[in-house]
Design a protein around this ligand. Sequence first.
Ligand code: COA
Ligand code: MG
Length: 289
Amino acid sequence: MTPRSFLFVPADAPAKIAKAQASGADAVILDIEDSVALSAKPQAREVAAQTLAGPRAGPELWVRVNPLASGLALADLAAVIPHAPAGIVLPKPDSVADVVTLAHYLDAFEAAAGLAPGRTRILPIATETPASVFSLGSYVSAGPRLAGLTWGAEDLPAAIGATQSRNPDGSLNDLCRMVRSLCLAGAAAAGVPAIETVYPDFRDEAGLRAWAEAGRREGFTAMLAIHPAQVAVINAVMTPSAADIAAARAVIAAFAATPGVGVVALDGKMLDRPHLTQAQKTLARMRED
Ligand code: COA
Ligand code: MG
């Protein structure tokens, strides 16, 4: 199943990594980028490699490498790919071209490590550079490694020279709202899940729930986390409830009862094709656990 929750953990912090693996997250992202100081990158690579080489029950293990333009990404990949992470989180791509470049690097590292070609997935954080804003429709040609699209609300405003990413009332500024929407549409166009960005205020559970629920309503099916306390809320919000499933089944049953008919009525409301699509998508996200 596609993960519902991806928990970031700085890769130079072994005690936190152990906690992250026990957090209930569907996926853990061992971060070698922004949460790790430059002087600690070699240590972070080593700890990430050791973690990947250790017991693998529990969450999928992903690695966020440094941006391709940083000059650090090849050393990151050289350290971790031999230990077969589920995927690579790619920060600050300008467009799908960076994903294609990363895919070529992965082809080579997988071959060198004797791993199945194409096994390593790629999750771009697709909205972090000014150029990226104009390329969010480009991921349709990313190829089969693409696991989803996610976005960030901090790096882009900083790169553009904004002093804040939020308005005085706490809402996201226009630029962030725009790229968030383009991330949703870009992911749908590419046929991959859209993954909601982090909610940084990790002590505000009500705010987290509201943010995750808004994301779910708008089409995100998973979310990034920065603290173990956020995982249970995200998993709950991103799992269809019993009521959601019952409603979806009722819609599908209403169409099945009248084959060859494009529009039906259920409980006094009109249903047509998009409602059937929504119901099918809800059932596709059902979990066994
Ligand atoms: N993964 C695993 N464990 C975590 C964690 C995480 N992301 N965040 C916090 N913890 C642990 C702490 O180490 C602490 O453990 P302890 O009780 O054994 O000391 C416990 O959970 C409670 O943490 P708390 O005191 O509430 O927070 P903190 O001040 O220690 O940490 C952050 C706050 C923001 C530094 C921390 O949550 C963090 O490192 N988050 C991830 C940052 C990151 O990767 N950013 C990059 C993507 S934006
Ligand atoms: Mg960042």
